[in-house]
Design a protein around this ligand. Structure first.
Ligand SMILES: Nc1ncnc2c1ncn2[C@@H]1O[C@H](COP(=O)(O)OP(=O)(O)OP(=O)(O)O)[C@@H](O)[C@H]1O
Length: 454
């Protein structure tokens, strides 16, 4: 168990911010500061804060950022920093009463400031807050890491599990987003309720509404009996919307409506049904780009992205390879051949050099296959069948690296250009003759399907 008392300070004036920071120097390691609400929102969506100190003037009930910050700070103690002149203002008084645990007037003495912080931290410790495990187990998979980004994620999972706000998990395909969603559910008060996964890209468009909201008998020709939709099935638990970016636009409107009142109507019925469900979504696409391309509704994005978690790609956490290999081999021990010994050092080193475009899923698939197919009982580099790298020695000359990069670049250009030599040459910035020469040098066949099999 670790105690992580993160503090946030949001104040516009540089001098006041610096003064407060200096007075909180004993918490320097845990203190993050900013002078504007937009970056404060970003910070609150990504870090679990114990205490957040805000310049009261920055708070405005009509401001959406203000509400989004409050939503993401549900488990945080808020302290208002008030200008002495604001003290009697009834609107400000109400704001403090509604949203803050306490307030400090500036200029404030260092002693008042530290005593407020210490009291709050003591209270939080007393209530078991700010205690987080450095490793967690979900579905038999141990989440632990040597990587600082993953360690922050492990804490954020536990923090996020304590509140009910919607979470959006970002990350490349196969990086472990669903496992993170399951972990949030597992550590939440909903853990005894259902965890329902919906792959938004896999449901045919015409079946979306009935899949999400269910239907009554007779609602349409084939509705022979009542069907409970995904949202209702997740009642009391968590609904995991995987690939939320693939949700069609009309369905985005329906989901937004549900998130606003937490009520559904089954198709063929006018009865409103209250559903208590927590929404956790995941995406591998850049949602901000999807919004600017008009593919995703901005208002829905804000509703599902109250808290945001990012799962790093495997190539950014190669120090975790050994732990992950152990965890995967353990999880699939039923498939282990009797003579299986383990992973050779050379194979392990090779895995630590590969860039893993398919992330942990790719690692898992290659390992499972290698475990079954390896001839000596040890997984050797060749058993992993890693593209290109498997042909390369582990210590590699710079010329060889250049040669491989050149070969890879030409191959990808040809794939992108559907094997059209002129377009590929143009894309690579060389003449057609040069491209032919380079293809010959690297033994690249014009027939893509042929060299893809090699
Ligand atoms: N920490 C881990 N230890 C062991 N296995 C893991 C870990 N994280 C993920 N995995 C495994 O990797 C595979 C991919 O994980 P997951 O399905 O969570 O990824 P994802 O990001 O949701 O993928 P997609 O984008 O394709 O939906 C799963 O088999 C999962 O069990």
């Amino acid at each position: 168990m670790d105690v992580i008392p993160n503090l946030l300070l949001v104040y516009r004036s540089d001098s006041v911010r610096m003064e407060i920071s200096e007075n909180l120097s004993s918490y320097q390691k845990y203190l993050m500061t900013t002078d504007d609400m937009k970056s404060a929102l970003n910070l609150t969506q990504q870090h679990p804060f114990s205490i957040a100190l805000f310049e009261l003037k920055l708070f405005d009930n009509s401001n959406t950022i203000f509400h989004r910050i409050l939503e993401s700070l549900q488990d945080t103690h808020l302290v208002a920093i008030v200008d002495e002149k604001e003290n009697g203002d009834p609107i400000k008084k109400k704001l403090i009463h509604d949203h803050f645990f306490t307030f400090l007037s500036i200029p404030t003495s260092p002693r008042d400031l530290t005593s407020v912080i210490e009291t709050l931290l003591w209270m939080r410790r007393f209530n078991g807050k700010d205690h987080y495990d450095q490793s967690i187990i979900v579905n038999g998979r141990k989440l632990e890491s040597e990587n600082p980004r993953v360690n922050t994620l492990i804490i954020a999972i536990q923090k996020t599990a304590r509140v009910d706000a919607p979470v959006l998990i970002h990350g490349e395909t196969g990086a472990g987003k669903e496992l993170v969603a399951r972990a949030i559910h597992h550590y939440s008060r909903r853990s005894n309720g259902p965890f329902i996964t919906v792959n938004c890209g896999a449901i045919p468009r015409e079946l979306m509404q009935s899949a999400f909201f269910g239907y009554e008998r007779g609602a349409f020709t084939d509705a022979h009996q009542r069907h409970i939709g995904h949202i209702e099935s997740a009642s009391g638990g968590t609904l995991f919307l995987d690939e939320i970016g693939d949700l069609p636009f009309d369905m985005q409107v329906c989901l937004l409506r549900f998130l606003e009142n937490h009520r559904i109507q089954r198709l063929g019925s006018h009865e409103d049904i209250d559903v208590d469900v927590r929404i956790v979504s995941a995406t591998h696409v850049d949602m901000e780009e999807a919004i600017s391309n008009g593919e995703f509704r901005e208002d829905l994005y804000y509703r599902i992205n109250v808290l945001s978690l990012c799962v790093p790609p495997l190539r950014d956490r190669l120090e975790d390879i050994e732990n992950l290999v152990d965890s995967i081999l353990m999880a699939h021990s039923d498939d282990r051949p009797v003579n299986f010994q383990g992973v050779s050092e050379a194979a392990m080193n090779l895995m630590k050099q590969y860039h893993w475009p398919g992330n942990i899923r790719e690692l898992s698939n290659r390992l499972r296959r290698a475990m079954i197919m390896c001839r000596t009982g040890w997984i050797e580099p060749d058993d992993l069948a890693l593209p290109l790298l498997s042909e390369a020695p582990l210590t590699i000359h710079i010329d060889k690296v250049r040669e491989q990069a050149e070969k890879r670049t030409i191959r990808s250009a040809l794939v992108r250009c559907n094997n059209n030599i002129s377009s590929a040459a143009k894309e690579l910035g060389v003449s057609r003759v040069t491209l032919y020469r380079l293809m010959e040098k690297h033994g690249i066949d014009r027939d893509i399907s042929h060299w893809h099999r090699r």
